[in-house]
Design a protein around this ligand. Sequence first.
Ligand SMILES: *Cc1c(COP(=O)(O)O)cnc(C)c1O
Length: 400
Amino acid sequence: MNPEVTAWIEKADRKLIPAYGRTPVVFTRGQGVWLFDREGRSYLDCLTGLAVVAVGHANPRVAEAARAQMSELVHVSNIFYTEPMVSLAGRLSALSGLDRVFFANCGATVNETAIKLARRYAQKKHGAHRYEVISLLDSFHGRTLATLAATGQPSKQETFEPLPPGFFQVPPADIAALDRALSDRTAAVMIETTQGEGGVIPLPADFLQEVREMCDRRGVLLIIDDVQAGMGRTGHMFSWQGLGFEPDIATVAKALANGLAIGACMAREEVATAFGPGDHGTTFGGGPVPCAAALAVLDEIAERDLLANCRARSRQFAEGLGALDGVMEVRGRGLLLAAVLEGEWAAETTQRALELGLVVNNVRPDAVRFAPPLTITPEETAEAISRFGEALSASIAAES
Ligand SMILES: *Cc1c(COP(=O)(O)O)cnc(C)c1O
C-alpha cells in the first residue's frame, strides 16, 4: 500500500474507538455500482454498505430530494407534524399492508421499538407476565442491550452481561423447539426471513408459515426484522411478501433512505395503537431529510422496476457464481446472496477480490456475501462474477 495512505490510516486508528476491524481502504466517492478510493482506484461495490445503498451511490433522484429538503426544513420536534414523514408513513403502509409506522434512526432502534411495542401490547392485552421475546440462534437484531439480548450469537452477548431479561433463542427452522419455548409469558417471536449476518441463511417458507400459525394459536405476536432483507432486496418490497404469511410488526432500515440514517417500525392497527402519547420517542426519528430521501428511493424502485431487475440479476449471480470452481452452492434470496465455498477461503478470497476491485464480505469462514445495488446491470453483474472467479481461483491456488 502507498506509504502516505498507511500513515493516514495509522493516525486514524489512534483517534477512533477500536470497535471495528476495518479494512485499510479509504473511500472518497461513489457512483452507481462503483466506489473510488483516495488513490483513485475503482471498485465494483457488491456489498453497498451492508445492503444499504440499494439504488446506487450518489443516486441523482435521492441526492436531489435530500438537497431540496435540506434547503426547506431539516428538523422540528416530533411533537409537531412534517409532510415528508406522513407521506412516507402512507407509502410504507400501502406497500406493506401494515397500518401504522413509527420512525427511528437505524435497525437497532426500530427493533428496540418493535420489542417495546410488542411488550406494551401483550401486557395490556394479557397481563404483566407477558413480556418474553423468542428469537432464533444465528440471528442478528442489533447492538443495543435489548436487541443484543434478542441476537442469537452468544459470543456477541457474553461480553456485555447482564443483558435485559426475557429473551430466549431457539435453533432456526426447528418448529418443535419453538413450540417448547413458547409459554404464557411469550409476547412475541422475532425472526429474519433470511438470516443476513448469520451467513445469509434463507429460512424455509413452510417453517415461517408454521411460525405464523403457531403465533396465532398461542396469541403471540410475530415480528419480522426486515432491516437487511427489506426494501426490495429479496425481489419483493418486503421479504415476507411471496413467502405466504404476514407479520404483526415489521422493521426496515438499511436501504430505506439509501444511506441516510432512518428506520421504520410498522404494525397492524390493533398492535400499533397499544402505544399512547409518551410511551416512546426519539429526537431524530422521521426527520424531513431522510424521509424525503426514502420517498425518492421508493420512486426509484417503482419507476425503474428494480424488483424485476433484482430477480433477474439474482438468477444471473446464482448461475454465474454457482458455475465457478470452488463454489459449492449459492444461497439466499434476491440480491442477498452468499457463495458457499468448498473450503474456508472466504477471508482470503474477499481480500483478493478487493485487490481486484470488487467489494464483497466474508460473512462466514466458508461463505462470501453479495449484496449489490438493485440497479446493477447485466454487464456489471458479469464483471463482478468474473472478478470474483479470479479472486477465488487465486485463493485456491495459494492454498494448494
Ligand atoms: C444491520 C441489522 C440490524 C441492525 O441495524 P443497525 O442499523 O446497524 O442498528 C438489525 N437487524 C438486521 C437483520 C440487520 O441486518
